[in-house]
Design a binder for this molecule. Structure first.
Ligand SMILES: [Zn+2]
Length: 362
């Protein structure tokens, strides 16, 4: 709505500017006609310009308004309500930073869920030094146990699609307006991506896909205690292992989910993904699927800023065409407010549905 008002306001400004230009031209061209006549002519000349600007404003404003799709949970064949239930369970485990008890509880919770569905669960374990900027001085230099979790459906299939998300949570809410050492449970960042994959797993167990599908949960995307810390340890480890020990299969595509469950969901294309030549078709396919389904929260144009995320290692090191679905306008990013109340079953359902439909075409 704000965008629409902005649009009409800008249209008004442009019309006013054109009016000014027309006035100047008139003053220059027309010498000595009666005052009233000049004004009539000025307005008459401006009318087509103003009408066309108004038309563009209405058209453009309509497009922006259409970005709030009118879909309801009952019209979406992806169980957002159950995914939201998983989100609450996940956040009830508490903070899930790398190497913590919360992370161990989450790994157990996810392994049980996916094994029950008949998927193959593996942990890719590694260690990383405790960050030098961490608050627990006595732990400096000590290695922290890390693990990427890999869940395979159709493990024998050599043509595979990867869906991934990080599953560690930021140790502290580094952007919180009141307490930057408060409690952070990461509902949207990272819970939303995890629970969409939990629910997508239910779907895959019921309707096995034609291709092989791996869910990869990256550890230590943000095991950092200040914003200049070292991000993406899990995805970098995964990508370098993939290069060192090439598997017998290949990944056709990797789709990364990060902050995809906020109530006010807004998913423009991520600029890196949209401009990499090998990844551009993937981006086009996903956003075209969303358009076909009427999920207008997927906005088919890139954000102006490129986002660094786990997809960089997948693309640049492992050479997998990759795309990042990320809502970087989420208001509660890295604050104590990143809780299930600021996420919604409907947003989870919309994203899950688009991915489920896109996968059917693979
Ligand atoms: Zn984050």
């Amino acid at each position: 709505m704000v965008a629409l008002v902005f649009c009409i306001f800008s249209a008004g400004l442009i019309a006013w500017a054109w009016h000014g230009r027309a006035k100047k031209r008139l003053q220059h061209e027309e010498i000595g006609p009666p005052m009233q006549g000049v004004f009539c002519q000025q307005y008459r000349r401006c009318i087509p310009t103003m009408l066309s600007v108004l038309f563009v404003a209405i058209l453009f404003g309509g497009r922006l308004l259409a970005s709030d799709s009118q879909l309801q949970l009952k019209n979406i064949p992806f169980n957002g309500t159950r995914a939201y239930g998983y989100l609450k369970q996940l956040c009830d485990l508490g903070p899930r930073r790398s190497g913590s008890e919360g992370m161990a509880a989450q790994q157990k919770f996810l392994a049980e869920h996916f094994e029950k569905l008949g998927a193959k669960v593996e942990f890719q374990r590694f260690t990383a030094p405790y960050p030098l900027n961490g608050p627990e001085e006595q732990r400096i230099g000590r290695d922290v146990p890390m693990a990427n979790m890999i869940v395979r459906f159709n493990p024998e299939n050599r043509e595979r699609i990867m869906f991934c998300s990080h599953y560690d949570t930021l140790p502290f809410p580094l952007r919180d307006p009141t307490n930057r050492r408060g409690r952070f449970v990461g509902a949207n960042d990272s819970g939303s991506g995890v629970v969409i994959l939990m629910e997508l797993g239910n779907e895959l167990a019921r309707h096995p896909p034609k291709v092989g599908v791996d869910f990869v949960f990256f550890d230590s995307e943000e095991f950092i205690f200040a914003e200049d810390g070292k991000y993406f340890l899990g995805s970098e480890h995964f990508a370098s292992e993939y290069v060192k020990h090439p598997p017998a299969f290949r990944y056709r595509y990797a789709v990364l989910l990060d902050m995809v469950g906020g109530i006010e969901l807004h998913l423009p294309q991520e600029l890196n993904s949209a401009t990499w030549v090998d990844s551009r078709p993937l981006v086009n396919e996903i956003w075209a699927t969303a358009a076909r389904l009427g999920v207008h929260e997927f906005v088919a144009r890139p954000r102006l800023d490129a986002i660094r995320d786990d997809h960089l290692a997948l693309h640049d090191v492992a050479k997998i065409p990759a795309c990042d679905l990320i809502d970087f306008d989420y208001k509660y990013w890295h604050t104590q407010g990143d809780t299930p109340e600021h996420c919604s079953a409907l947003s989870l359902a919309k994203v899950g549905w688009v991915l489920q439909e896109w996968l059917r075409g693979q």
